[in-house]
Design a protein around this ligand. Structure first.
Ligand SMILES: Cc1cc2nc3c(=O)[nH]c(=O)nc-3n(C[C@H](O)[C@H](O)[C@H](O)COP(=O)(O)OP(=O)(O)OC[C@H]3O[C@@H](n4cnc5c(N)ncnc54)[C@H](O)[C@@H]3O)c2cc1C
Length: 404
């Protein structure tokens, strides 16, 4: 009997398990630190689980930025379409929502996870929860902290699917990083991805506008530009549009110590039209009324102008129009890693072979968010976790001399 240990019962680890079971003479066991598996997956389902995206594969692959080369190969094997077929095989329909985003029916993760775990158990996969992996013993076996004390376990192949370092309360805490780097495995530092940012609002602005959406708006950073919306928080900004530009903003802050998000607060009007509208006589109108009536700028958008612009610009229609079309919002820091939707950094692809096996630790595979790739929200995170999980599972199978 050969034994495969999979540590981490998120989507990547579960998908790896599915590639290995049922195979005669192969014992497949999933270990997870938490009292149940798939907690982050379930959380992802709370806001309407966006599991993948229906755009053409070439566009899809482009979302992985500098890592698109490595991820493309995996997605060609198991991409968005195959993922939808796989979900359908669990008896869950998917549908394409607005802007091509794909959701499971009911937009929830729980029915899918329930059906999936049922199938895995039926295939003989064993689950050991409350088993926190602590690294290797001197003899090279796996060490686990369990409610019954420390356990040591030997295995023939190990798949690490430990997740990133955000939302620690759901299980993935990044504590694996020193365990791997201590064995000489190249690991890029974990960084927040799809995260909010701090902005030094005045107390007045923060109290007045926290919780309000800024929409519609176009935002740009480092040559990337996107329309959408985001939210004001007590100490900064968060939401889809900010997450989409979080990687360049984060990297700019790390490199230069400062960064600007450039906003077009009037995306429906050309600069010339806006300048003309604002140049019309104001009469007895207050500035607030003039902005609202002539430019459709009110509420939080007007608040942003008052918060940052000196009176000289507010009084000059040409300069005001130019600033509304290209409003520089200074962000001071990314929000902490634990608050981020996902994590950048992790085990570098250079450390792995094409089957996601660590070159320096033969028989040890890595998968999911703990690998050094990042992508925006929109289903790209889960799709890559499934694809890498499948690759690692198949890799382990081949390593054990049991090719699919
Ligand atoms: C609020 C929120 C919403 C999201 N929404 C979406 C979405 O709509 N679409 C999308 O594509 N993505 C979304 N994501 C991201 C997505 O959920 C993750 O990218 C995905 O779950 C990562 O899968 P994974 O298997 O790599 O790791 P995880 O799901 O994090 O699983 C890792 C597992 O490893 C276990 N573990 C960690 N360390 C140890 C240890 N030492 N010993 C034992 N077990 C350990 C953890 O307990 C955990 O169960 C969302 C994330 C969040 C936080």
């Amino acid at each position: 009997m050969q034994r495969v240990a999979i540590v981490g019962g998120g989507p990547a680890g579960l998908m790896a398990a599915e590639q290995l079971a049922p195979v005669d003479g192969l014992e497949v066991a999933i270990f997870d630190a938490m009292p149940s598996v798939g907690r982050k997956f379930l959380m992802a389902g709370k806001g309407g689980m966006n599991i993948t995206h229906a755009e053409p594969l070439a566009d899809f692959v482009g979302r992985y930025g500098v890592r698109q080369g490595e991820i493309r190969t995996l997605l060609e094997e198991f991409g968005p379409q195959q993922l939808r077929e796989w979900i359908s095989g669990l008896g869950i329909a998917t549908f394409v929502g607005s802007s091509g985003r794909v959701f499971p029916a009911e937009m929830k993760a729980a029915p899918l996870l329930r059906a999936w775990l049922h199938r895995l158990r039926g295939q003989g996969v064993q689950f050991h929860v409350r088993h926190r992996w602590l690294g290797w013993s001197a003899a090279g076996d796996l060490r686990f902290a369990t409610p019954d004390g420390e356990k040591v376990l030997a295995c023939d192949a190990l798949i690490l699917a430990l997740g990133g370092g955000s939302w620690v309360r759901l299980g993935s805490d990044g504590a694996w990083l020193p365990l791997l780097s201590g064995r000489g495995i190249p690991v890029a530092p974990l960084k927040p991805a799809n995260c909010g940012f701090d902005v030094a609002w005045s107390a007045y602005f923060s109290e007045r506008y926290a919780g309000q959406p800024v929409k519609p708006v176009t935002a740009a950073a480092a040559g990337q530009r996107q329309q959408g919306e985001f939210n004001i928080t007590a100490g900064g900004i968060e939401g889809g549009l900010v997450y989409a530009l979080a990687a360049p903003l984060r990297d700019m802050l790390a490199r230069d110590g400062s960064a600007m998000l450039h906003l077009d607060l009037a995306p429906g009007r050309s600069l010339a039209r806006l300048a003309g509208d604002l140049a019309r006589p104001r009469g007895h109108d207050s500035l607030a009324n003039h902005l609202r009536r002539r430019a459709g700028i009110e509420g939080v958008k007007a608040g942003l102008l008052r918060e940052f612009l000196p009176p000289g610009i507010l009084a000059d229609p040409q300069r005001l129009a130019a600033t509304i079309k290209n409003f520089p919002l200074p962000v001071t820091a990314p929000r902490p890693l634990d608050e981020a939707i996902s994590t950048a950094g992790g085990v570098t692809f250079e450390a792995l072979d094409e089957n996601l096996m660590l070159r320096d630790l033969p028989g040890v595979f890595c998968t999911g968010e703990m690998l050094d790739w990042e992508a925006p929200t929109g289903g790209y995170l889960l799709t890559a976790c499934f694809a890498t999980g499948r690759a690692a599972g198949r890799g382990a199978r081949a390593w054990l001399g049991r090719p699919a």
